[in-house]
Design a protein around this ligand. Structure first.
Ligand SMILES: N[C@@H](CCC[C@H](N)C(=O)O)C(=O)O
Length: 277
């Protein structure tokens, strides 16, 4: 692209965390640029770039940055653990700092780099039915649905099913049915968790607004919380997802999560692409 055309384009970065992939747009120093149409267009893996989530970095008055998230269908998400970790690493590499505060829709989240690994405190789980949110007052530990799932909010809603064999679950069949169940007024993310030991879980996920993904950070947090609440694991667990591993530690100050981060490429969207949206 000539520099004149690049000026009219839009710079993006592609990252992933354990195969959960993101487009990141850095809007610091300018007004917000992501719209629902841009999220849907970019999220199209055939005519756009493709991502599980789109994250926009924005200036913040009360934290180092603000971060907003969109799903591939253009809907907004209140939390995205893996993208938060990727953005934290990007900002840490850029600034040389090892500690940051990132404001998201659910409030400020702390990120720390320890021995090269980026850890994010995803906050305390929301365990009240109205906060998840659910449509009516039910026992969040035992939702009135087939499979007896647990509801957990992590700034976004999750329904965690404990199963004997995660590989055998029809994630593409059950996931969208639960996502759209009337019990969840804002739809839900859906996790299938096989407990393999006091410190190990195998998890597969159906993400609200996106579908099957290779990993989900907030889903791993919700799964760890649900497993502790059911007495199935200790508070520190490793969770094997389709794209690798995430490590969770539910401490007094919140659920800390770490895992891999990878910067894939930087690019500039063409004016033609942007005009077609
Ligand atoms: N991949 C994410 C979760 C993204 C948001 C989710 N699909 C929603 O709509 O809540 C993660 O790593 O947490």
């Amino acid at each position: 692209m000539t520099s004149a055309r690049a000026d009219r384009g839009l710079a993006i970065m592609k990252w992933h965390g354990a195969g959960n992939d993101f487009v990141i747009i850095d809007s610091r120093g300018r007004s917000a640029r992501v719209t629902e149409a841009l999220a849907r267009g970019l999220g199209d893996r055939h005519r756009g770039v493709g991502f599980d989530q789109l994250a926009e970095i924005r200036d913040s008055e009360s934290a180092d940055i603000e971060l907003d998230f969109w799903n591939a269908d253009g809907s907004r998400a209140g939390a995205c653990g893996n993208a938060t970790r990727c953005v934290a690493r990007f900002l840490m590499d850029e600034s040389g700092r090892d500690a940051l505060t990132i404001r998201t829709a659910r409030g400020p989240l702390e990120a720390r780099r320890i021995a090269g690994e980026v850890h994010v405190n995803m906050g305390q789980p929301q365990t009240d039915w109205a906060e998840v949110p659910l449509a009516r007052a039910v026992d969040v530990q035992h939702l009135p649905l087939d499979g007896d799932p647990v509801a957990v909010g992590m700034g976004n809603p999750h329904a965690v099913f404990f199963v004997n064999d995660a590989e055998a679950v029809d994630v593409a069949g059950i996931g969208p049915r639960v996502e759209h169940d009337p019990l969840f007024p804002q739809r839900t993310n859906v996790e299938f968790a096989e407990v393999r030991g006091r410190d190990e879980i195998r998890m597969r996920v159906w993400e609200r607004g996106t579908g099957i993904t290779l990993a989900c950070g907030s889903g791993a947090c919700a799964t760890a919380v649900a497993a502790v609440q059911r007495g199935l694991t200790d508070r520190k667990v490793r969770i094997e997802v389709d794209g690798g591993w995430l490590a969770l530690d539910w401490r007094d100050d919140g659920v800390w999560m770490t895992g891999p981060t990878a910067h894939v490429f930087d690019a500039v969207l063409t004016p033609e692409f942007l005009e077609r949206l």
